[in-house]
Write a protein that binds this ligand. Structure first.
Ligand SMILES: C[S@@+](CC[C@H](N)C(=O)[O-])C[C@H]1O[C@@H](n2cnc3c(N)ncnc32)[C@H](O)[C@@H]1O
Length: 226
């Protein structure tokens, strides 16, 4: 099981149509989604015109793709109001800049356009080593080598502590897939903003299951009734 299988199953079984992916890279996930309304956002796509054409042959839904080559903040400021003027977003994969505040803005901006039954999936929420959770500058200094999850676990914690209008949990597969829906929170975290800024990877490692509301992989079937 991975994020591609999860997203495809949810879109298919819940009849979700409008898909938004923030952070697309080479389109490994994006090109495989079957929907007539798909938006790809990335400041630097890792594919060219030929790959796009090839992907239309493999999956004809790719004919309708919208490619927005810019940072997500600029997309939400300049394009999202127009693209979502007459429709809502049904499922979004947030997988761009893996830093707490960046990912938080992506979630909060996406929520403005999300349908009532919409689903946000956020990748990389459960880093299993300190190295994978290092700050972006450190990962860059290492030459972008190795798996990088960043500190989006703090984004999950922030949402669990400070939003009472969404339910948030993390599925325990594919580096931790955060799931955010407009439902009553199952439980809340009693922490302050100062706590959150102070917490280290070591603190997270001792408390991860509770802090990010970690669920076994199969939980999504029960939660979404699929
Ligand atoms: C881990 S890759 C995405 C992988 C892809 N979603 C997948 O599942 O295969 C992260 C991507 O985020 C992009 N990115 C970095 N900063 C971003 C930002 N501010 N807004 C949107 N995308 C960003 C990078 O260019 C990179 O292509």
């Amino acid at each position: 099981m991975d994020r591609i299988a999860l997203i495809r199953e949810l879109m298919n079984k819940k009849n979700l149509t409008n898909y938004l992916e923030i952070g697309v890279f080479n389109g490994r996930v994006f090109f495989r989604i079957e929907s007539t309304f798909k938006i790809a956002v990335d400041p630097s796509f890792a594919f060219d015109y030929l790959r796009k054409m090839g992907k239309i042959l493999i999956n004809p839904y790719n004919l309708f793709n919208r490619y927005i080559e810019k940072k997500s903040d600029d997309f939400f400021a300049e394009d999202a109001p127009r693209l979502f003027a007459n429709r809502k977003c049904n499922l979004s994969l947030i997988d761009g800049m893996h830093e707490y505040e960046f990912a938080l803005r992506d979630v909060e901006n996406t929520l403005k356009y999300l349908s009532d039954d919409g689903i946000i999936i956020m990748h990389d929420c459960n880093p299993v080593t300190k190295e994978e959770a290092c700050p972006f500058e450190e990962w860059k200094a290492k030459g972008f080598k190795g798996q990088w999850n960043g500190d989006v676990w703090k984004t999950i914690m922030h949402l669990r502590a400070f939003r009472d209008d969404i339910n948030v949990f993390v599925l325990d597969f594919d580096q931790g897939l955060g799931v955010i829906t407009r439902r009553k929170p199952e439980n809340r975290l009693a922490i302050s903003r100062d706590d959150l800024h102070r917490f280290t990877y070591e603190d997270f490692d001792k408390n991860r299951s509770h802090w990010i509301n970690l669920k076994p992989a199969a939980y999504y079937k029960e939660y979404f009734n699929v």
